[in-house]
Design a protein around this ligand. Structure first.
Ligand code: ATP
Ligand code: LTN
Length: 329
């Protein structure tokens, strides 16, 4: 490999990808491809931490691959692969479970506490252990930078701690990674409730716009999105969180700055703003879906196979070292 820094990121096929995933994660990856060695994974073993229908899961793995490609991830520049096709991920996760990860760390993870709620004793061990698999994903490739949305920062911190502990015990095997989070758009909120993250696994579809939503449905979701009291179009995260979220979505998809949007809508109300935002979102989706629909399942599978070979080469070399220092095969 070259002297470029390595980045690794992934999305789990646990539901229909939203514009939150696109704005917070994928769009950032696209711009990094020339400057970095990029590795992007469809992290399917993460999806089964909660119950999945196998047929839907298989479909979503291919859909996410196509979404990466339609967004502008280029398989000539970046490695695109399916996590379960490279067994070193789950193998390293086991080693890290034993040598680096502590129960106390995992118990602190906000995502686990949110997802398990008051059912902590009856959710799967996988849901609890998920950040260790994520740490394995990252450190297998000597990743230096992990571009993620705001909610994943804590997991990347944990990956750093685990890698450091392993290195302390066995010598300098792993590179210590760092999270990279966008300044704007790192946390797109639900359209129903601006205190909740827009998430693909949300039971209420009105809160999220999926990348594969019919543009007309997306338009309606924007028009029905909750707004705050008052009527002025100004970015005020504290007092107008719902509008701040809508302004961020507009700015991220249209490329217009929030300042210029505030200016453009001076003297106008929420209705005018939402109408324009609905149009911006619909135009974005139409263009995106045109690109998505041009990619066949066969093409997506070919790209995953090429990525599997590339990723396996790097991952197996690292696993060889790990097995060696730990004292197994
Ligand atoms: P789930 O609802 O199943 O937990 P999710 O929508 O949160 O899924 P992930 O697979 O956990 O999606 O996240 C993939 C990437 O997208 C991560 O980098 C995450 O930080 C980012 N991301 C997810 N939701 C948002 C959001 N609302 N705003 C910004 N980034 C997001
Ligand atoms: N846990 C992440 C998805 C993920 C990931 C990774 C992100 C799994 N492995 C490695 C970055 C690097 C999430 O977004 N929920």
């Amino acid at each position: 490999m070259t002297s470029k820094k390595t980045i690794f990121s992934g999305i789990k096929p646990s539901g229909d990808l939203t514009i939150g995933n696109y704005i917070g994660a994928i769009s950032q990856w696209v711009t990094m491809q020339d400057e970095y060695n990029c590795i992007f994974s469809v992290v399917d073993y993460h999806a089964i931490t909660v119950k999945q229908n196998p047929t839907d899961l298989r479909r979503r793995i291919l859909d996410i691959t196509k979404i990466y490609l339609a967004s502008g991830i280029n398989s000539k520049k970046s490695i695109i692969f399916q996590q379960s096709a490279v067994p070193a991920h789950t193998e390293l996760a086991w080693v890290l479970n034993c040598c680096g990860a502590y129960m106390a760390d995992l118990k602190k993870m906000t995502q686990f506490k949110d997802k398990a709620g008051d059912k902590q004793d009856s959710v799967s061990v996988g849901l609890f252990d998920y950040p260790v698999l994520m740490a394995a994903d990252i450190i297998l490739y000597d990743t230096q930078i992990v571009p993620v949305g705001d909610d994943q920062k804590q997991h990347v911190e944990l990956a750093r701690d685990i890698a450091k502990r392993f290195n302390n015990q066995y010598g300098p095997v792993f590179t210590i990674p760092e999270a990279m989070v966008k300044k704007e758009g790192a946390r797109i909120m639900s359209l129903n409730d601006p205190s909740k993250k827009m998430a693909k696994s949300d039971e209420n579809p009105a809160g999220a716009i999926a990348l594969l939503d019919e543009p007309e449905i997306a338009r309606k979701k924007i028009m029905k999105a909750v707004t705050d009291s008052g009527s002025e179009i100004i970015y005020d995260q504290k007092n107008k969180p719902a509008l701040a979220n809508l302004l961020t979505i507009h700015s991220s998809l249209s490329g217009e700055s929030i300042k210029s949007l505030e200016k453009k809508f001076t003297g106008k109300g929420y209705g005018d703003f939402k109408k324009e935002l609905a149009e911006v979102v619909a135009v974005f989706l139409i263009d995106f879906q045109k690109k998505f629909n041009k990619i066949s399942d066969v093409d997506a599978k070919k790209i995953l196979e090429k990525g599997r070979k590339q990723a396996t080469k790097i991952a197996e070399e690292k696993m060889g070292k790990v097995r060696g220092v730990v004292g197994v095969r």
